[in-house]
Design a binder for this molecule. Structure first.
Ligand SMILES: Cc1cc2nc3c(=O)[nH]c(=O)nc-3n(C[C@H](O)[C@H](O)[C@H](O)COP(=O)(O)O)c2cc1C
Length: 220
């Protein structure tokens, strides 16, 4: 099976945010979709190991910020590759409160939801949320998952439902893997620019997670 065919399913890129009791936190998800219009409901799929999962479980609420093509990619680095168990993600990201829920300012729309049902899978909880409030934040284009992969060259970490392990790579991709390349050891971003990686200035930072050039590792 070529599991990459599943990447042809279309998604967006979102921040699911929540309170942990004292502070706001959250994570990146691609798995958010509208389920019904009347009443407006949406579903999200959140990995059992994500700190965000337990916070949604406890509070019964979550918000979704729809990221745009202009959203600072380091927000995806912070929310998608680090855990709220260890850092306060909203320390470095500006947010507003809507219906008391934290909404990332650098997005194009938001939804505030109340959990009305959930379904367990072996790895993820699917939360069904009734939409209590929603509005635009800006008129920028929403970021699609395809844009994230093709333009930002972002990767999906293990807890994303769309994660593909090396064993599922196609033969063509396995050959590409053999070429020398530089990869960010923090978020997995692969440098593909025209300037040889070695010639980049020392103040070059990973465009996804904002970490310095020194964290990149050469892969053969
Ligand atoms: C582009 C992208 C899409 C992701 N989609 C999902 C998703 O749909 N569900 C999920 O559980 N994790 C997803 N993740 C992974 C979580 O965002 C990541 O594991 C995060 O570090 C969890 O943070 P937390 O422990 O603070 O909740 C995604 C990450 C990225 C970068």
């Amino acid at each position: 099976m070529n599991q990459k065919a599943l990447w042809n399913l279309s998604y967006g890129v979102y921040i699911v945010s929540v309170w942990d009791g004292e502070r706001p936190t959250g994570c990146v998800v691609n798995s958010a979709m509208q389920i019904t219009a009347e009443p407006a409901t949406v579903a999200i799929s959140v990995h059992h190991d994500n700190y965000t999962n337990g916070c949604i479980e406890k509070t019964g609420r979550f918000a979704i910020t729809v990221l745009s093509e202009k959203t600072e990619p380091s927000i995806i680095g912070t929310f998608g590759f680090q855990t709220g168990k260890e850092i306060n993600k909203f320390d470095s990201v500006k947010y507003d409160l809507k219906n008391d829920m934290p909404i990332v300012k650098d997005g194009c729309a938001y939804l505030v939801c109340e959990v009305i049902n959930k379904m367990e899978t072996s790895t993820h909880t699917v939360f069904l949320g009734k939409v209590l409030d929603a509005d635009f934040i800006s008129d920028e284009e929403p970021m699609t998952y395809s844009y994230y992969h093709k333009v930002i060259k972002g990767k999906s970490p293990k807890n994303a439902p769309t994660y593909i392990g090396v064993e599922n790579e196609t033969e063509e991709n396995k050959l590409k893997e053999k070429r020398a390349k530089y990869v960010c050891s923090i978020c997995g971003y692969e440098y593909t620019g025209d300037i040889p990686f070695e010639d980049l200035p020392e103040d070059y930072v990973c465009p996804v997670c904002g970490q310095p050039k020194s964290v990149f590792v050469k892969k053969e």
